[in-house]
Design a protein around this ligand. Structure first.
Ligand SMILES: [Zn+2]
Length: 207
């Protein structure tokens, strides 16, 4: 009899466990409504890392700063497309030679990822390089549409990161007031309707 009640107790415990587990999963789905997640891998050059050193606190939290930028960009994509960014890899990177321009820096990053010199953890993740070199061109970031690799400079805000990620998701520059305006000073928080459709098509209708 004692054995029987022990078995009954164990069965009840198991059932309660399963039920609460299911409830947790369901509530997570209901609250987020995330349709898709996109992996992001970030490679950071030495100049960027040094640039994040704060003399007044004697601390350098470059990893925290980048996590924050990706988190903010993810929130934007969640609000606009129900798509979430997942930071899968965040590591220092020393390019094999000095880049001549920001687009050269992007191409070097792309070829090092392609050649396997830079190890990625997910073959379909978006690649973002962060650099502390100004290249003297006044640009905040650089990416080609659907190219898979974007770069941004020190002091870039989340809007720049979002702009470059949207390029990777199919957006082009727009002359309309938009997050996709080519001039940083003229970008807005909104995504223009044409680019919204481009990105939606890429996210949800590309096989
Ligand atoms: Zn752009």
């Amino acid at each position: 009899m004692k054995k029987m009640s022990l078995i009954l107790f164990a069965a009840l415990w198991f059932m309660v466990g399963c039920a609460s587990g299911n409830r947790h999963t369901l509530s997570e789905l209901e609250s987020t409504q995330i349709k898709k997640t996109l992996g992001v891998e970030v490679f950071v050059d030495e100049e960027y890392r040094i640039s994040r050193f704060l003399f007044w606190t004697w601390e350098n939290n470059w990893r925290g700063d980048i996590r924050h930028l990706i988190q903010e960009s993810s929130q934007k994509l969640e609000n606009e497309f129900d798509v979430r960014l997942v930071l899968k890899n965040l590591q220092p990177w020393t390019p094999s030679k000095k880049a001549e321009s920001l687009s050269h820096f992007r191409k070097m990053l792309g070829s090092e990822v392609l050649s396997g010199r830079l190890k990625r953890v997910d073959p379909v993740s978006l690649i973002i390089g962060f650099t502390g070199d100004s290249y003297g061109d006044g640009k905040a970031g650089n990416a080609n549409s659907l190219s898979g690799v974007a770069v941004v400079k020190t002091r870039s805000d989340a809007k720049t990161v979002e702009h470059e990620i949207l390029h990777l998701l199919g957006a082009h520059h727009s002359d309309e007031p938009s997050l996709m305006h080519p001039q940083q000073s003229r970008t807005t928080d909104e995504i223009d309707p044409i680019n919204r459709e481009r990105v939606k098509n890429f996210l949800f209708f590309t096989p």
